[in-house]
Design a protein around this ligand. Structure first.
Ligand SMILES: [Fe+2]
Length: 302
């Protein structure tokens, strides 16, 4: 069997929503990001890694995901990934083009089975790495996506994009990786397509707790957490952004050894398997509703 190419890592996530400029201060002062670039309709924020930006917001009348961007190591791999996707019948959004987001580079877009926009880029100019700073997110580590087309979703990410399955949460969730992080993308089976949450990685447990502390001091306790997940073994604290998106502080995400890892099915009826520290309890019905989010129509083909 020919080994499928996968992108090399999750680089950034961009959301779209009305009134995004009014949320800039929240992401800087409360969440701990730094504004990298502002355009007429978008805000781009960086973390402490060398990525030119890790999180973007684009002004739009629709609430949802604008794009998930993956980095590909070089042009030859990017071209091969483009070819792999076109050969597996994926909806590609045109040829390789120069990118206009911070850091530039060259890339292309494709749509997943729920018409979400995925971008694949290479040649991005890194910024000088700041190095880890206390309580400031380093990078985006994962995005959890709600989908009513779970089987198509998993087939797309594994058979077209080369992701590997790390674990399952009973029948409900599938955790998928393209690098050593336990998951870059996860499926949550749902009545309709939407974004469940985006997770920001803190450099360590002390920064994770201090980030929660800063949020609390500024008037916002976690909507769920802190706790530690079973699958991925990562500490979690979920908050609701001013636009109503669920965002997570996490750290210490399980690193997968490709040679030896075997996916396991985690039960959902054993509390300590869902909430290892037994500090968080299950999410409230209100939190579940926010994590289900608004229906996300995605993007048209073409
Ligand atoms: Fe998460």
């Amino acid at each position: 069997m020919v080994k499928l190419l996968s992108p090399d890592y999750l680089a950034n996530v961009t959301m779209r929503a009305p009134g995004i400029k009014a949320t800039q201060r929240f992401y800087e002062a409360n969440w701990g990001l730094v504004l990298a670039e502002e355009t007429a309709d978008s805000l781009y924020f960086r973390g402490t890694s060398a990525e030119p930006f890790i999180y973007g917001l684009r002004e739009d009348s629709t609430f949802g995901l604008d794009a998930v961007t993956f980095h590909v190591a070089d042009l030859a791999r990017l071209e091969a990934l483009h070819r792999q996707l076109s050969e597996t019948g994926v909806r590609l959004q045109g040829p390789l083009l120069a990118q206009t987001t911070p850091g530039g580079g060259i890339g292309f877009s494709a749509l997943d089975p729920d018409h979400r926009r995925l971008r694949f880029v290479t040649g991005v100019t890194p910024r000088p790495a700041a190095g880890d700073e206390v309580a400031r997110p380093r990078k985006i580590t994962h995005v959890v996506l709600n989908s009513a087309r779970g089987d198509d979703f998993v087939a797309f990410y594994t058979s077209c994009l080369g992701f590997r399955i790390s674990d399952y949460s009973a029948e409900q969730m599938v955790f998928l990786r393209c690098a050593s992080d336990h998951h870059a993308i996860a499926l949550n089976r749902s009545p309709y397509a939407s974004v469940n949450h985006v997770a920001f990685e803190m450099p360590g447990i002390d920064s994770f707790m201090r980030g929660i502390g800063r949020m609390k001091t500024l008037g916002q306790a976690p909507a769920w957490g802190p706790g530690r997940h079973g699958p991925g073994n990562n500490p979690f604290a979920y908050f609701v952004s001013p636009s109503g998106f669920v965002i997570e502080f996490t750290t210490e995400v399980q690193q997968i050894d490709e040679a030896h890892h075997q996916p396991q099915v985690w039960p959902r009826d054993v509390p300590e398997k869902l909430d290892v520290w037994m500090t968080a309890g299950p999410p409230t019905p209100a939190m579940r509703a926010v994590m289900q989010g608004r229906p996300d129509p995605g993007f048209p083909e073409g």
